[in-house]
Design a protein around this ligand. Structure first.
Ligand SMILES: [Zn+2]
Length: 61
């Protein structure tokens, strides 16, 4: 495991892991890809279809 305390992020309403964070991406001409430069607090659940709050759960090992 590359991380000490890996977590999953769930929608607090339905428990789905299919959640999205609002973010800005900027073009990186050296890597030829869009890079995330900012991730905002706003979260959307794909299952609920709207803004939601999220809960983090530690992955049991
Ligand atoms: Zn949901």
């Amino acid at each position: 495991m590359p991380y000490d305390n890996p977590i999953t992020v769930h929608c607090s309403t339905c428990g789905s892991q299919d959640v999205r964070a609002d973010a800005y991406a900027a073009w990186n001409p050296e890597l030829q890809t869009w890079e995330l430069v900012a991730i905002f607090d706003s979260r959307d659940c794909e299952d609920c279809g709207g803004e939601c709050s999220t809960v983090e759960k530690e992955i049991a090992r």
